[in-house]
Ligand binder design. Structure first.
Ligand code: PMP
Length: 285
């Protein structure tokens, strides 16, 4: 693979970042994941806008312009021959040359920008769309600024492992009795034809796929309610599903051992997946 590090395209074995990089020592950085279908980028504008917002919230400057970043994405997709897959991007607060809690002066410590591709043939034709996934619920003990897409992913990783240990695929996190989100996705239920998903705030990531799917659902005259829901309400729903840039829309058929609806993937999730894939392919860059 060819990867990108601070202005250079390099073979992955030659790409290095300092041991003093604040991303490594402090999880002081943010990231984005953009999907590629047919060699083109999905929702690039949304991902760039959220990157800028994450950086702003952490007092970091964006090291490249939007056009430069698009060009880097495209160059990596081309060099690595990616037809279906993802581009991962990370910006950290750089290498101040030592370990210190205080932020370094950005004038002397430039941020570190890293990008790499992941090839995922069959990404759009994921068989899981036909079978759905099983989730467990776990307490959400993450920090309070989940709207910033930081690289602090230890608890979500632990949640994924807890799910696997329980014979499931993912974990939905619960705070004060209500589902916040999945370990790496936004959570939804469907009741009486109405799509219900947690409202935006600092307690969840503002999913780019969430925004696109809700916009497309509204355009298709589907009813949407943005509010928190509990695990019990989800278990009693007609359908459950989740969205993320890398999975698009996928059904959830079981929560904590209880079947959701018929226990099979439902029509609303299937329709939203189809609409999202169709529309996104058309607007891909
Ligand atoms: N919530 C969390 C915690 C996530 O990690 C992700 C995926 N990065 C999402 C939601 C979905 O966001 P997006 O649709 O932008 O991938």
């Amino acid at each position: 693979r060819t990867v990108y590090v601070n202005g250079e395209y390099l073979p992955e074995a030659e790409a290095t970042v300092s041991i003093f990089d604040r991303g490594f020592l402090m999880a002081d950085g943010v990231y984005e994941v953009t999907s590629v279908l047919g060699g083109k980028l999905l929702d690039f504008d949304g991902h760039f806008a959220r990157l800028e917002r994450s950086l702003r919230e952490l007092d970091m400057a964006c090291p490249v312009t939007k056009d430069e970043l698009l060009a880097i994405h495209r160059e990596l997709v081309a060099q690595n021959g990616i037809d279906e897959g993802m581009v991962y991007l990370q910006v950290t607060r750089g290498n101040p040359g030592d370990r210190d809690f205080s932020f370094p002066d950005p004038a002397t410590t430039p941020s570190t920008l890293v990008l790499f591709t992941q090839s995922k043939p069959g990404l759009a034709d994921n068989p899981t769309a036909k079978t759905g996934i099983k989730v467990i619920s776990i307490e959400d003990i993450r920090w309070g600024r989940r709207d910033i897409k930081t690289v602090q992913l230890l608890y979500p990783s632990m949640g994924k492992m807890m799910a696997k240990k329980a014979g499931c695929d993912d974990a939905w996190m619960v705070e004060d009795g209500f589902v916040t989100e999945g370990t790496s996705n936004n959570a939804y239920i469907v009741k009486g034809g109405r799509i219900i998903t947690r409202n935006l705030g600092t307690d969840i990531l503002h999913g780019i796929t969430r925004a696109a799917v809700l916009r497309m659902a509204a355009e298709a005259q589907m009813e949407i309610e943005e509010r928190p829901f509990s695990v019990a309400e989800a278990q009693a729903a007609d359908e459950a599903f989740f969205t993320s840039a890398s999975a698009f829309v996928l059904p959830v058929v079981e929560i904590d051992g209880e079947a959701v609806g018929t226990g099979a993937p439902g029509p609303v999730a299937a329709r939203l997946r189809e609409i999202y894939l169709d529309e996104s392919r058309k607007t891909a860059v």
